[in-house]
Design a protein around this ligand. Structure first.
Ligand code: SF4
Length: 217
């Protein structure tokens, strides 16, 4: 049920709501989830620049990737206003799903995109729940390019004609907003490895994860 937007949210209500969102994230398939102070999130110009150096094939291919995403100054000024965020991860299991051969077969691409799509689903769901509970500024980011995990590599309809195919689902990746994802993950105590899709042997990868975040209030 939609709640009336209160003048002020009590700490008790906020805490109870965020705990509930955490439980829902786990029910929706997150492997782990943490409630974090929003000021644990740092925005770094170098992260956004890494979309260009070396150049990601999706740069400029959708409005949710640089150079179309908001600049780091704007993101920093906005995120500093939040108090709490929910960070979650989805483990890539089995790890062989992470491997993509030189030929990048459609089946391999589908396997890895599943994790970004799932991350986007959890982000969208939590953000929508929080919005309807009165946290109308709730805002979430996932991982990867919506051109891949939502549009299966088709031409971006927003850039082509101004109408996104899935406007309520498509959103930028954390890294596309300049969020230092690796730093944040290590801060909460999760393992993260600097992997590339060029890894050839699943036994050489300790773990692979897809990560999303929702700023609540
Ligand atoms: S049309 Fe597809 S690629 Fe373009 S913004 Fe929407 S979801 Fe992303």
């Amino acid at each position: 049920m939609v709640r009336v937007v209160p003048k002020e949210v009590s700490e008790e209500t906020l805490r109870a709501d965020i705990e509930r969102y955490k439980e829902i994230a786990l029910e929706l398939g997150a492997s782990a989830c943490e409630i974090i102070p929003a000021d644990w999130v740092s925005v770094d110009e170098r992260v956004r620049l890494k979309c260009f150096v070396p150049r990601c094939p999706r740069v400029g291919e959708s409005p949710n990737c640089p150079p179309y995403t908001p600049g780091t100054d704007e993101v920093r000024r906005a995120l500093i206003k939040y108090q709490w965020a929910i960070l979650f991860k989805i483990n890539v299991e089995p790890l062989s799903d992470y491997l993509i051969s030189q030929s990048r077969t459609p089946a391999e691409r589908r396997r890895i995109l599943h994790y970004h799509r799932k991350t986007n689903e959890v982000v969208s769901e939590l953000e929508g729940l929080a919005f309807r509970d009165g946290y109308y500024l709730a805002m979430g980011f996932g991982g990867g390019s919506c051109k891949d995990y939502l549009c299966n590599g088709l031409v971006c309809q927003f850039l082509d004609s101004g109408r996104c195919r899935l406007p309520l689902r498509a959103r930028p990746a954390m890294e596309a907003m300049g969020i230092n994802v690796f730093e944040l993950i290590t801060r909460v105590g999760w393992e993260v490895y600097p992997l590339t899709y060029a890894e050839e042997d699943p036994s050489s990868i300790p773990c692979a994860i897809s990560v999303g975040i929702v700023f609540i209030h």
